[in-house]
Design a protein around this ligand. Structure first.
Ligand code: 3PG
Length: 307
């Protein structure tokens, strides 16, 4: 009987776990659960004889992959797969997949939620500002970016996007203005919402030069990854542009310096929680389980990311 491990430091909602178990049981496989583990050694131990695993932001390092002698497929229940050592997966004949789109509405709702929170000064009773009529630039128009655009239009924002991998027609049919360069996006918009993946090209790419193009009361919204920000540049822009604000789903490494020097100009979630809704967990978890079963039963590699 094939063994499918669900390994999540940050657990799925209980309903999502029940749902995954039901899918796995129905397919006649064994379901194993490792939640809230506190040390990577627990993960290494748990993967030893599993055939497949479902993870979230959990670190599927070379060590983990090499310890999993029977592992054939690993699914990141979510979008970003920067937590999987893809090279190690390929070298060990392991198919790595993600579940694109399954948690994107949850992340988009958090992006707009944080924008409202900041616009209303953390609900402290003092007069704030409105989102209506403001410009929003979506940096990368994938599943999350598209959902951010849909919700932002409901707020009456003017929405722009830049994505070199998505055609202008695709962007514009959503009523979003596609711009030709990243610089144009940053110089046009009051708010920038980041939806780029973290990879060798994008890490530290949101730097001082780019941020300095933004208008004086600019807000940077990051529900992507902290690694895409050049933190030296971030501190510099905070210092040089007194109107600049930064809100992020997971604090930067320099959070203490920001908290000390730039009060009222930031908000950071205590834990990455963009995808932390029951709906997103149920969708992504079920997709991950079904993708594993379809891989074993039919050889389906549709969502493979280490081709
Ligand atoms: C993703 O890449 O899908 C999101 O960042 C969510 O990550 P999480 O499953 O670890 O919350």
């Amino acid at each position: 009987m094939k063994k499918i491990l669900v390994a999540t430091v940050k657990p799925f909602a209980p309903a999502a776990v029940d749902n995954i178990k039901e899918i796995v049981d129905k397919a006649g496989y064994e379901f194993i659960l490792l939640e809230k583990y506190s040390d990577q050694s627990e993960l290494i131990n748990a993967v030893k004889d599993v055939d497949a695993m479902i993870i979230r932001s959990d670190k599927a390092t070379k060590e983990v992959i090499e310890a999993a002698k029977n592992l054939k497929v690993i699914v990141r229940a979510g979008a970003g797969y920067d937590n999987i050592d893809l090279e190690a997966a390929t070298e060990n004949g392991v198919v790595a997949m993600n579940t694109p789109g399954q948690n994107s509405n949850a992340v988009a709702e958090l992006a707009l939620g944080m924008m409202v929170y900041l616009a209303r000064n953390g609900y402290n009773g003092k007069p704030g500002v409105e989102l209506k009529g403001k410009t929003l630039g979506i940096h990368a128009y994938g599943n999350v970016g598209k959902n951010v655009a849909r919700i932002a239009k409901g707020f009456g924002m003017k929405v722009f996007a830049f994505d070199p991998f998505v055609s202008k027609e695709t962007i514009e049919k959503d009523g979003v203005t596609a711009v030709d360069t990243v610089e144009e996006l940053y110089s046009t918009c009051n708010y920038i919402s980041l939806h780029i993946p973290a990879n060798d090209k994008t890490k530290k790419s949101i730097n001082f030069e780019l941020l300095s193009k933004m208008p004086k009361d600019a807000v940077l919204v990051n529900t992507a990854r902290k690694e895409v920000i050049d933190e030296e540049g971030l501190i510099k822009i905070f210092t040089e542009k007194p109107g600049f604000k930064y809100i992020a789903d997971i604090a930067p490494d320099c959070k203490e310096e920001i908290a000390e020097k730039f009060e009222g100009r930031y908000f950071f979630t205590p834990k990455k929680m963009g995808a932390q809704t029951a709906e997103a967990n149920i969708n992504a978890g079920a997709a991950a389980a079904n993708q594993i079963i379809n891989y074993f039963e039919k050889g389906d590699t549709k969502f493979q990311v280490n081709k």
